[in-house]
Design a protein around this ligand. Structure first.
Ligand SMILES: C[S@@+](CC[C@H](N)C(=O)[O-])C[C@H]1O[C@@H](n2cnc3c(N)ncnc32)[C@H](O)[C@@H]1O
Length: 261
C-alpha cells in the first residue's frame, strides 16, 4: 500500500476523539468509550479507512472500529473520516468511530469475550506462500480468537479478490465448524452493488473487472438460530410454491447471494 509523505501531518496523539493508540488499556471498556451500548463492529486491517468511514456515516446506531498496524494509515483514515462527516453531516465530530493502532495477533488482549458483534475482513493480505499460511487472517488460530471476542449475534464478513485466499478460508471456516452464508464468487457480476460499501482495494480490483469473493460466517448462538430459522422458512416457502415457479428457481440457494452491509 503506497502512503503519502510527511507533509501536513496531524499528530495521532492529539486526536484522542478519533484515534486509539493503546487499545489494550480499553479491554472491557469499549462501550464506555463510545458512551452507549450500541453494537461494536470492527474492520481488521482497515488500510486507508474508506470502508469504515463510510459505514460510520451510513449507520449512526452502530459503533465502528477500524484497526491497522501503521500510523500513516491511521492518519490518512482520520482525515478521510473527518472530511466525510464534515461534508455529509456538517459535523466536526465522528461520534461512532475510532481508528485503532493494533495488531490482530493481540486481539484477545484488547477485547473481552463477547465485546464485539461483527468482524469485517476486507482484502486481507493473502500471504500466498504456504509457509506463511499461519499469517492469513482466516487461519484457524485467528478464527478461534474471533469466536472468543464476538457476542451471541456475532458474525464475520469476509471479502477478497484472491481466489487462493478464498479457497483457503472456506476450508478454514469449515474446519472450524463455522456456518457460512451469503457466499458469492463474483459479488459485482451485475455491476457494482449499490447496497454494499466498497473498500479502497475493492474499488480498484472490481474496476479492473476482477471478481470479488465474499462470505459471511455466523458465529454467535443467536445469529445461528436466526439464520437457521430464515433458511427453514425459505425452504418451507419454496415447498408451497407452484411447480412451474419451482422449476424456474430450482438452482437458487434458499438464502440471498449476499446481504447488505
Ligand atoms: C490489502 S490491505 C486492505 C485494506 C482495506 N481493508 C481495503 O480493503 O482496502 C490489508 C491491510 O491490513 C493490514 N494488516 C495486515 N495484517 C495486519 C495485522 N496483523 N493487524 C492489523 N492490520 C493488519 C495492513 O497494514 C493493510 O493496511
Amino acid at each position: 500500500m503506497r502512503l503519502r509523505g510527511k507533509k501536513n501531518r496531524v499528530s495521532l496523539e492529539s486526536q484522542t476523539d478519533l484515534v486509539v493508540l493503546e487499545p489494550k488499556k480499553l479491554k472491557g471498556k469499549w462501550h464506555e468509550l463510545f458512551g452507549n451500548d450500541n453494537p461494536i463492529h470492527i474492520e481488521l486491517g482497515m488500510g486507508k479507512g474508506q470502508f469504515i468511514s463510510r459505514m460510520s456515516a451510513n449507520h449512526p446506531h452502530i459503533n465502528y472500529l477500524g484497526m491497522d498496524m501503521f500510523d500513516e494509515l491511521l492518519r490518512i483514515g482520520s482525515r478521510k473520516a473527518r472530511t466525510l462527516w464534515k461534508e455529509e453531516k456538517n459535523s466536526d465530530e465522528v461520534p461512532n468511530l475510532f481508528l485503532v493502532r493494533g495488531n490482530v495477533e493481540h486481539l484477545e488482549e484488547m477485547f473481552e469475550p463477547g465485546e464485539l458483534e461483527r468482524i469485517y475482513l476486507n482484502f486481507s493480505d493473502p500471504w500466498p506462500k504456504s509457509k506463511h499460511a499461519k499469517r492469513r487472517l482466516t487461519y484457524h488460530r485467528f478464527l478461534s480468537m474471533y469466536k472468543n471476542v464476538l457476542n451471541e449475534r456475532g458474525e464475520i464478513h469476509f471479502k477478497t479478490d484472491s481466489l487462493s485466499l478464498f479457497e483457503f478460508s472456506l476450508n478454514s471456516f469449515s474446519d472450524s465448524q463455522l456456518q457460512m452464508k451469503n457466499i458469492s464468487l463474483d459479488l459485482h457480476r451485475n455491476g457494482l452493488r449499490e447496497d454494499l460499501v466498497l473498500t479502497e482495494y475493492e474499488t480498484k480490483f472490481s474496476g479492473q473487472g476482477m471478481p470479488i469473493y465474499r462470505l459471511e460466517a455466523v458465529i454467535g448462538s443467536e445469529a445461528i438460530r436466526e439464520h437457521r430459522s430464515r433458511v427453514a422458512e425459505a425452504m418451507e416457502k419454496s415447498k408451497r410454491r407452484a411447480p412451474d415457479e419451482d422449476a424456474a428457481e430450482k438452482d437458487e440457494p434458499v438464502t440471498e447471494a449476499s446481504s447488505e452491509e
